[in-house]
Design a protein around this ligand. Structure first.
Ligand SMILES: [Fe+2]
Length: 171
């Protein structure tokens, strides 16, 4: 599994595996690297808080797999890998800290928007398939991803973008 996806149950399981890989990569590498590269205490703390939530998202997906009588497994998520690679570029190529923070917030928003699409889809598919307990769990994570996205946007709009606009590196 998976070559050919033959029914909606398999489609749901496949997408769950992408989500499980996504959350694990964010816990192991994605969020810690962004926290390390972030400058402002507000951004660091928002990312720290979301790292804690994301550890909960990993656990919650394990609950979802089991509620649907599935064995937890991953499928390599290349979409998340691309967004993480963009965040790595921000950290490596933007020496001016305030400019880098604005870029990291943009990368963070992209992760959250992807996860909002992922969990919106998974919740709806779980409902359709009659996995109501699993759907409730997936919807709870969806709400936390939306809140994390809103927090990043608020940081950008209230301070980070203004600081970035004043910041530059000579040459
Ligand atoms: Fe998440």
């Amino acid at each position: 599994m998976f070559g050919t996806v033959k029914n909606m149950n398999e489609l749901f399981e496949l997408e769950l595996r992408y989500a499980y890989d996504c959350e694990q990569k964010l816990v192991e590498k994605g969020l810690p690297s962004m926290i390390e590269a972030a400058q402002s205490p507000e951004l660091r703390s928002a990312l720290q808080q979301h790292l804690q939530e994301t550890k909960g998202h990993v656990r919650r997906l394990e609950t979802v797999f089991s509620a649907c009588q599935l064995t937890p497994d991953t499928k390599s998520n290349s979409i998340l890998a691309e967004i993480m690679s963009a965040a790595k570029d921000s950290a490596a190529n933007i020496p001016a800290r305030e400019l880098r923070d604005a870029a990291l917030i943009a990368n963070g928003n992209m992760v959250e928007h992807y996860e909002i699409a992922l969990y919106g889809t998974l919740g709806a598919w779980a409902r359709q398939l009659g996995y109501d307990n699993a759907a409730a769990q997936l919807e709870q994570t969806l709400d936390e991803e939306k809140a994390a996205d809103a927090k990043l946007t608020e940081l950008a709009n209230t301070s980070a973008n203004r600081r970035a606009a004043r910041s530059h590196t000579a040459g």
